[in-house]
Design a protein around this ligand. Sequence first.
Ligand SMILES: [Zn+2]
Length: 394
Amino acid sequence: MESGHSGYTVGIARENTQAPGVGSTPEAHSTPGAGRFAPSPSGDFHLGNLRTYTLAWLFARSTGRRMLYRIEDIDQQRSHDSAALDQMEDLASFGMDWDGEPIKQSDRFPLYDDALHWLAEHGWVYECYCSRKDIREASRAPHVAPGMYPGTCRNLTDEQRHEQRAKLAEQGRKPAIRFNAHAAYEAVADNDPTANGSHTTPGLWTIHEDFATSGQQSESAPPSESTPSSVPNTYSGPVDDIVLHRGDGNWAYNLAVVVDDLTMGVDQITRGDDLLSSAPAQNFLATALHPWATHASATTSATPAVHPTRWRYNHVPLVVTKQEMKGHENTNRQLKRLAKRDGAVTVRELGHDTAWAWVAQSLGHSEYASAPELLQVIDLEAMSHEPVVWTPPQ
Ligand SMILES: [Zn+2]
């Protein structure tokens, strides 16, 4: 876990890592919030990553927001400093810039710890002793929504916890720590200054979704997890008892990303629509943590936390490939998200110009050679909401 000494000074270790114009002009700061790039440095960007990050940059810059850069390296086994640098070089080579120095999650474990302690002081965390198999089996019960934690360990007695902890210790395992969203719900929803009645259904949380549900629901998200709201530009989902700290000792993605977005002053999140169904639970956790973050961000960043009920989300369609599936010819069931195993699909394999040409064309503007040029002409509201199909060259 000791990573603070791994040695790269992000942004200055290589020349030309940052695009021209990094640290944008004062007039670009007219909106207080920020968007963010948040890649995991586990390898080269493929076309799907490049398209999503291009959109993240376009959405932020077209609304006068700052653009921040966060390296999501909590999974230190899969993260490589060289990949982080390559990713920054790739984005910069297409003219995408960002404000300030990139932030590394592996430098922020004390901050995650502080947030977890604050939640614990409120009685909003508990230990979970379940294995994946336990959760899978308990989730088959009819009252449990697909993908939701069934609540097995939420209300155990001290004695039961003692027993469960001992049982895990025999197997060399430790409990995970979960957010007690159910305990937090009333306190948080009642104090929500911007709710305006939008949280009137107990246990549901509503986010501002400006892309995926504005009129049409992207079909690349699994239908069972998708709950398009009847209110335009919103998306509702259940608050869930998400894992904050994992049994293997690692910080959970859901806690890290929420703490970071809060303390970095992010208020616009553009990412793949495979993450849409997890957004309400994340936003609810962020709302619960907001009082903590107003204090924490005062000491960790120059940017005040934006209240999470004002965050804007753009869950954009993934780049997909067609696979052979009997009985599903010409339906979306045939589509699966683009992955590196689909052949030469990374920016570096395809080459800078080929990769950009495909992304720009998929955004309806093949003639523009860089992200700043696209920014001048693109109409993001008119963009297609359908999954984008990558067809490998024959
Ligand atoms: Zn459990």
